[in-house]
Design a binder for this molecule. Structure first.
Ligand code: ADP
Ligand code: MG
Length: 382
């Protein structure tokens, strides 16, 4: 998706109120009825329609029709706009440059502040994987029934920012976090290539042990990266690795901590064998890593919790991510099984209808604290 920085300047005050009203209405309506947008924006209805029209033309809101009424939903573009506007109001970001990453669950851009200093803006996109598929599997939402792509993406950004901050403060090789708004984080631009793109290395053994030491150092600080692979390790010109991408980070206290730890270790071993033909009998074990004497262990997982990204949010996001993994694994299985029995398909279709009904019921339900949260955030960012 193209981010258009000029948009930041060309939204009128009234259009902005209408856009914010649509965002607020989205918390409990998948499709926000036009009268509700009018009410939340506090504008007269004639004015509102004109604003909605121009916002829709620019793709910041989209018209949706359902059986009962017509309305609008905030698009990714609209949410991106609101986040960037907040950053720009705070003076941390001024313009948008090239896209440098398109992930399954995030887009990454080079942006700049008004001093012309380059930075990286990462926009989380958790809803790309159908919520419907996941909702049928598990009620991961708990009480927060109307959680949506917006909410989950925002949680992911808040989590990533909280971890990046704590890691950076403790001298771990991660980008310097600069700011966070809605589903986005702003961070230092690292001048480096992902390990994935490094064809040759003068001393793979040394890099291997640096990376393994990093995994151990993290564990001793209470954390496991959870996605420690050649895409998320940037290698600077001086050979130093910089670690990125933290939304899936877990505490060493997590029930599957050892599994996550071993997977991170295994990723590096496999990559070094395939890419550099390098194999070593030496690699870290979870329990030994934790009991390692030497530098004093500290508890970054606890520190992150204290920083405002609480246990509740962490749990919610974790459950969502676990269900995505499960849903993906099941999809893979289904592909392998090939033309799956029709019975199963019928079952899935039934589930889908049920899920949709449940989803609609859920969407009708209000989540007051979420709105309060968002309003608070909006107040703060304006
Ligand atoms: P995703 O969740 O999509 O994997 P990442 O945080 O891993 O998101 O970022 C995707 C890509 O964007 C990375 O592989 C890297 O090439 C680039 N990137 C991300 N953050 C930075 C940064 N701070 N500096 C330089 N490049 C970055
Ligand atoms: Mg990544």
């Amino acid at each position: 998706m193209k981010l258009d920085a000029t948009d930041l300047r060309y939204v009128t005050t009234d259009e902005f109120r209408v856009l914010t009203a649509t965002e607020m209405g989205s918390k409990n309506h998948e499709i926000v009825p036009t009268p509700l947008i009018a009410q939340l924006s506090g504008l007269r209805s004639g004015g509102v329609n004109k604003c909605i029209g121009s916002l829709a033309k620019r793709g910041l809101v989209a018209k949706v029709q359902n059986a009962k009424y017509d309305g609008y939903r905030l698009t990714y573009g609209g949410y991106d706009y609101l986040a960037m506007r907040a950053l720009s109001k705070r003076g941390t970001m001024g313009s948008v440059g090239n896209q440098i990453g398109v992930g399954k669950e995030a887009d990454v851009y080079v942006v700049a502040n008004d001093e012309g200093e380059s930075m990286v803006l990462k926009l989380h996109r958790l809803g790309r994987i159908s919520f419907r598929t996941i909702k049928t599997k598990r009620d991961y939402l708990g009480k927060r029934k109307s959680a949506s792509w917006m909410y989950m993406s925002r949680l992911a950004a808040q989590k990533e920012y909280a971890f990046m901050k704590v890691l950076h403060e403790h001298g771990f090789p991660v980008p310097r976090p600069i700011d966070q708004a809605r589903h986005t984080i702003l961070m230092e631009l690292i001048n480096a290539y992902p390990l994935r793109q490094i064809a040759e290395h003068p001393n793979p053994g040394q890099l291997y042990s640096t990376l393994m030491s990093l995994i151990v150092r993290l564990a001793r600080a209470g954390l496991i990266h959870g996605d420690f692979n050649e895409f998320n390790i940037l290698i600077r010109e001086d050979g130093q690795p910089i670690l990125i991408d933290f939304p899936q980070m877990v505490s060493v206290g997590h029930e599957n901590a050892e599994w996550y730890f071993n997977r991170d270790v295994q990723c590096i071993r496999t990559f070094f064998r395939r890419r550099f033909g390098y194999e070593s009998k030496l690699y870290p074990r979870f329990k030994a890593a934790l009991n390692d004497e030497g530098e004093t262990a500290f508890e970054l997982d606890v520190e992150v919790e204290a920083s405002g990204f609480g246990r509740k949010e962490m749990g919610l996001l974790q459950e969502y991510m676990d269900s995505v993994l499960e849903a993906e694994a099941e999809e893979d299985d289904e592909e392998e099984e090939e033309d799956g029995e029709q019975e199963e398909e019928q079952e899935a279709a039934d589930e889908d209808v049920e899920a949709k009904a449940a989803e609609e019921a859920e969407e009708a339900e209000a989540v007051e604290d979420e709105i309060a949260d968002q309003q608070h955030e909006n107040d703060e960012s304006e």
